[in-house]
Design a binder for this molecule. Structure first.
Ligand SMILES: *Cc1c(COP(=O)(O)O)cnc(C)c1O
Length: 370
């Protein structure tokens, strides 16, 4: 029976042989080949979606949270704290509930997707809405964690990054190799750092990003890879600090999960881009929403707006010729579409209303079958 990523990858993570994992059986998410989309955009490429929305709380944050909360509990912590654009708080709240410890979350007032807010509330965390954005919440959270007996579980916590690196191991196992390109959204930049560490460890290569994990328990990742992928990081045009090379004071985007103006793991992300020969680029909100819908309707895969930017960026860079035909590409779809029902409904055709009578409904269906 699969019991989560700590049990599965224990020897490749900084945990002891007898550490008891706080787990919800996260990881082992589907790698879905996109069968219709390449033809739709007239490109001969292989694209796989790593559907992280299939994690227990609906985003990749669970990979990091199982490690961060396991470590916090082992250190004797009674409470955790995080700043969040939504999914970190949902995940932290669930894993804290599982561990029987308290959870405090700071979120930007009114700027968090409904599904995520409902999760943080339902799991019984203390939700503090601040009149400010994520970056301000992040700064406050670091100060609070320094002053109070609460463990910070944002991705500045190196155990988060360690858990999240396992996504690369799963891709390698599924494909038997690294893809040519691995694309993902970049917000606070922890996840691209984690992907790159995972690939680098599997390839027996060093990376500047890995230095952040110094001082942890020793572990050993076996070499299973001959080459690493080229990493592609995409940011929303209204929140693209890394692409533009300077912090964004008032980040704005429909992709609220990546509405971040001053990412904590900026340097590590840049190192991942440089070391892999990759790049950072941006997409507009319209491009993001267009691709989110296209993916839902052409492939049956429903991800949240922030996740869709991975594919939106790839399609744009294919069109620009920056990614060549014949390439193999993996896009990490970071969170489930159900996280943000408001955005999904706002851009979809409204349901029609009919009398509860056979003839009326039959007419509607006949019309559509033409
Ligand atoms: C957290 C999150 C991101 C951004 O990940 P970072 O590690 O902060 O760069 C992207 N998409 C979703 C759905 C997220 O929850």
């Amino acid at each position: 029976m699969y019991t989560g990523l700590i049990d599965k990858y224990r020897d490749r993570l900084p945990v002891a042989a007898d550490t008891r994992a706080v787990s919800l059986n996260e990881g082992a998410t589907p790698l879905i080949e996109l069968k219709n989309l390449p033809a739709l955009v007239r490109k001969k490429v292989s694209i796989h979606a790593k559907f992280e929305g299939a994690n227990p709380t609906g985003s990749f944050k669970d990979r990091g949270m199982t490690m961060a909360v396991t470590q916090a509990v082992e250190e004797g912590a009674r409470a955790i704290i995080c700043a969040s654009t939504g999914n970190t708080s949902a995940s932290a709240a669930a894993y804290a509930a599982r561990a029987g410890i308290a959870c405090f979350v700071l979120i930007p007032e009114g700027r968090i997707a409904l599904g995520k807010l409902s999760q943080a509330m339902m799991h019984g965390s203390v939700v503090i809405q601040i009149r400010g954005n994520f970056d301000e919440g992040m700064r406050l959270t670091q100060e609070l964690a320094a002053a109070l007996p609460v463990k910070i579980v944002n991705s500045i916590n190196p155990y988060r990054i360690q858990g999240q690196k396992t996504v690369a191991f799963e891709v390698i196992e599924a494909l038997g190799d690294a893809p040519d390109y691995h694309a993902l959204p970049v917000g606070n930049a922890g996840n691209i750092t984690a992907h790159w560490i995972g690939y680098s460890e599997a390839a027996g290569e060093s990376t500047q990003a890995l230095r952040a994990s110094a001082g942890m328990r020793k572990y050993r990742t076996p070499k299973t890879l001959e080459r690493r992928p080229i990493m592609l990081g995409y940011q929303a045009s209204g929140a693209a600090p890394i692409v533009r090379g300077r912090p964004v004071e008032n980040p704005e985007t429909v992709a609220t999960a990546i509405r971040i103006g001053n990412p904590v793991s900026w340097q590590q992300a840049v190192a991942a881009g440089r070391e892999s020969g990759g790049w950072f680029a941006e997409c507009t909100d319209d491009e993001i929403l267009h691709v989110q819908k296209m993916l839902a309707q052409a492939e049956g895969v429903f991800c949240e707006p922030a996740s869709a930017i991975a594919l939106a960026g790839v399609l744009k860079d294919l069109e620009l010729g920056k990614i060549g035909e014949g390439s193999s590409i993996v896009c990490t779809l970071t969170g489930h579409g159900l996280k943000d029902p408001d955005t999904a409904i706002a851009q979809s055709a409204k349901p029609m209303t009919a009398d509860a009578e056979l003839k009326a409904i039959e007419r509607v269906i006949r019309e559509r079958l033409k």
